[in-house]
Design a protein around this ligand. Sequence first.
Ligand code: NDP
Length: 397
Amino acid sequence: MGKVLIIGAGGVGTVVAHKTAALPEVFTDIMLASRTKSKCDAIAKKIGGNRIKTAQVDADNVPQLVALIRSFKPDLVVNVALPYQDLTIMDACLETETSYLDTANYEPKDEAKFEYKWQWAYQDRFRDAGITGILGCGFDPGVTSIFTAYAAKHYFDEIHYLDIVDCNAGDHGKAFATNFNPEINIREVTQKGKYWENGKWVETEPHEIHKPLNYPEIGPKESYLIYHEELESLVKNFPTLKRARFWMTFGQEYLTHLRVIQNIGMASIDPIMYEGKEIVPIQFLKAVLPNPGDLGENYKGQTSIGCRIRGIKDGKEKTYYIYNNCSHEVAYAETGTQAVSYTTGVPAMIGAMMYLKELWKKPGVFNVEEFDPDPFMEALNQHGLPWHELHDVDLEL
Ligand code: NDP
């Protein structure tokens, strides 16, 4: 059916490679390209069957990307490198008239700030080139936005209150590790909290608001209000929302380590001189922390991510909770990665499949909630991320 170029051979790239390789009727040709080709080769070898071609590419370099895209001629580029590369990859897609999908919104390297304005600015150019840009197609953003669109389509006349709840109840046995790229992860969780209420953003101190929430099959976990990128597009695309918040669980041990890391300056993105060489503290920290891609082997327990929604149906108030639980051990057995990479990589593969099947194909740049959620929801059940729904329950929020 189509050719896909995957950029980024980390934890998420590993899952996208496994899942696309397992569907030869959809993904006829697959190339995995990254900064370090040996990582692509190792993933391709593990998958076997000559399913995956590999290449070296510096995704910060538009001419290199253009040359690679021109030689492989993919129908779609799946960007699972880092958010820093979003714009260069989008530029290369424009130049080669190739469609684009990613899982995280653009973030400048020298400023710990993420927002959609940079990528939304490509809307007219993508539309005029006749190519599709699918933004934020991981789990959160990604499935959480599709869950919201599904709820709005099928169960509500208006959605008023949205709480996205993200619990990782897994234990990897390490004193401190991040579940995806440490640099991106630490930048995300150390920033100020922010939520949408009555038409404006309300800012909080980092981790200021928290409460225990009950997660299915897991039980109560302390959950912290943080800002997360899908809130920006969801409040725009669902203007009936009176309030939208995002909650994530953290263990005390994790938060203590994080505080120390911040206090001693290791989370800083400002370059410093070390032995005559300029280094960025958080990048150095990444080099000494466990590689998220290697956490899988001893990871026990599960993640539970979902949306708790309150709104109106037929004039009456309705509550709805939709979620997926994913086991770290099951994810590892299938792809050799833990559940955080798995829950991101599977939706990226499904988004790519939606594009190739022409179910999600329109010129321009779109967040995932702007497409029909139904075929995607069906595919989640078929490809390893089954979801469950509860109607008219106490949402605790
Ligand atoms: P990793 O750090 O494990 O992998 C990133 C990969 O990108 C590495 O292989 C790295 O190469 C490669 N890379 C980095 N810079 C370049 C470059 N300039 N050129 C080419 N390749 C490059 O990250 P993850 O796999 O954990 O995360 C991947 C993406 O998924 C991130 O953008 C992250 O924010 C996003 N994500 C989204 C989630 C969601 O639910 N939406 C959840 C989790 C992650 P090298 O190996 O040489 O370092």
